[in-house]
Design a protein around this ligand. Structure first.
Ligand code: NAP
Length: 283
C-alpha cells in the first residue's frame, strides 16, 4: 500500500507508472527525466518487446510486460494506451491501486465519467491531452482534473505535464474534444503544411534540403513571433503584405483555394471523431 501522505506528493518522490509505452509515453518519460526525475522513479508496461527495450535502453527505466506489476507501489498511473483498450486496462489494475494513487489519462476521447466507472469511487483522477512536441519539451497540454481530485494531486498532474511543455487547465470537459482536434492532432496538420511549402519551394527551383529547412524555420519563426509579440496573426499578416507585393500575390491563391476553410474543417472533423471515440459503445 502507498504510505506517502498527500502533503508529501511531489515530482521528486512520486513513482510514476506508464501503462502503454508508445510514442506519447516515451515523450513524457523523456521530459520527466530531463526535468530531473530519477529513472528508478519511472516505469512502463507494454506488451511489445521492442517498445520495452527502447524505453529501457533510452531512459534506463524499469519495464514490465504486465500492467498489474507496473502499478504496484505507484503514486501516479499514466494511462497511455490507445482509447479502445483503456477500459480493460483500468479494470485489471483498479483493485491494485492505493486509494490516493493519481490516475492520469492521456487517452483521446475517453471521458472522466468513463474513466471513473472503471476505478474505485473517489480515486484521484485527471484527463490530459498532450501533443507530440512534448518530445522536445515544446508540447501544450490541456489538463482537466476530476472534481474529487485533491489539490496536491492536481498540482502533481500539472508538474508532470509541465515537464514536457506548457499546460492549460480547463474546467469544462466539453472543451476536451476541441483541444484534441486542435493541439492534439494539430502537429500533423502543420507537418502537412511544411511539406507543401517545401514542395512549393522545389517547384520554384530550390533544392529540396534547402526548401525543407526554409519551410521548418519559417513555421517555427512565425510561431515564435506570434507568441512573443502576442499580436493577432491577422495583424502580423498585414504587416508583411505590401501593396502589389509578393506576399499578397501568394495569399490570393490560398484564399481562392479555401485554405482557411480546409483547416477549420480539419479541426471540426477531428473534434467529431474525438466525440465518437468518447461516446458510449453500442453493443
Ligand atoms: N500520439 C499523439 O500525438 C497523442 C496525442 C495526445 C494523446 N494521445 C493519446 O495517447 C495514447 C497513446 O498514444 P500513442 O500515440 O503513444 O500510441 P502508441 O504509440 O500506439 O502507444 C500505445 C502503446 O500501448 C501498447 N499497448 C496496447 N495494449 C496495451 C495494454 N493492454 N497494456 C499496456 N500497453 C498496451 C501498444 O502496443 P500495440 O502497438 O501492440 O498495441 C503501444 O505500444 C492514446 O490514447 C492517444 O489517444 C496521443
Amino acid at each position: 500500500m502507498n504510505t506517502i501522505p498527500h502533503t508529501a506528493l511531489s515530482l521528486d518522490n512520486a513513482i510514476i507508472a506508464f501503462l502503454g509505452g508508445g510514442a506519447m509515453a516515451g515523450a513524457m518519460i523523456q521530459g520527466l527525466t530531463r526535468a530531473g526525475v530519477q529513472a528508478d522513479h519511472l516505469r512502463a508496461a507494454d506488451p511489445v518487446e521492442s517498445q520495452r527495450r527502447l524505453l529501457a535502453d533510452r531512459h534506463g527505466i524499469p519495464v514490465f510486460t504486465s500492467n498489474t506489476e507496473a502499478v504496484q507501489g505507484a503514486q501516479v498511473v499514466v494511462v497511455a494506451v490507445k482509447p479502445g483498450v483503456v477500459a480493460g486496462v483500468l479494470d485489471a489494475v483498479a483493485p491494485l491501486l492505493a486509494a490516493d494513487t493519481l490516475v492520469l489519462s492521456i487517452a483521446a476521447g475517453i471521458t472522466l465519467a468513463t474513466l471513473a466507472s472503471h476505478l474505485p469511487a473517489g480515486q484521484p483522477l485527471a484527463r490530459v491531452m498532450p501533443n507530440t512536441p512534448a518530445l522536445v519539451g515544446a508540447g501544450i497540454s490541456a489538463l482537466l482534473p476530476a472534481p474529487q481530485t485533491p489539490t496536491p494531486h492536481r498540482l502533481l498532474a500539472r508538474r508532470i505535464m509541465e515537464s514536457v511543455g506548457l499546460v492549460e487547465e480547463i474546467d469544462h470537459e466539453a472543451l476536451m474534444d476541441g483541444v484534441t482536434a486542435l493541439s492534439g492532432s494539430g502537429p500533423a496538420y502543420v507537418y502537412l503544411i511544411a511539406e507543401a511549402l517545401s514542395d512549393g519551394g522545389v517547384a520554384s527551383g530550390l533544392p529540396r534540403p534547402l526548401a525543407d529547412r526554409l519551410a521548418v524555420r519559417t513555421l517555427l519563426g512565425a510561431a515564435k513571433l506570434m507568441e512573443e509579440t502576442g499580436l493577432h496573426p491577422g495583424v502580423l499578416k498585414n504587416q508583411v503584405t505590401s501593396p502589389g507585393g509578393t506576399t499578397i500575390a501568394g495569399l490570393e491563391p490560398l484564399e481562392r483555394n479555401g485554405v482557411r476553410g480546409a483547416l477549420m474543417a480539419a479541426v471540426l472533423a477531428a473534434c467529431q471523431r474525438s466525440r465518437e471515440l468518447g461516446a458510449p459503445r453500442q453493443s
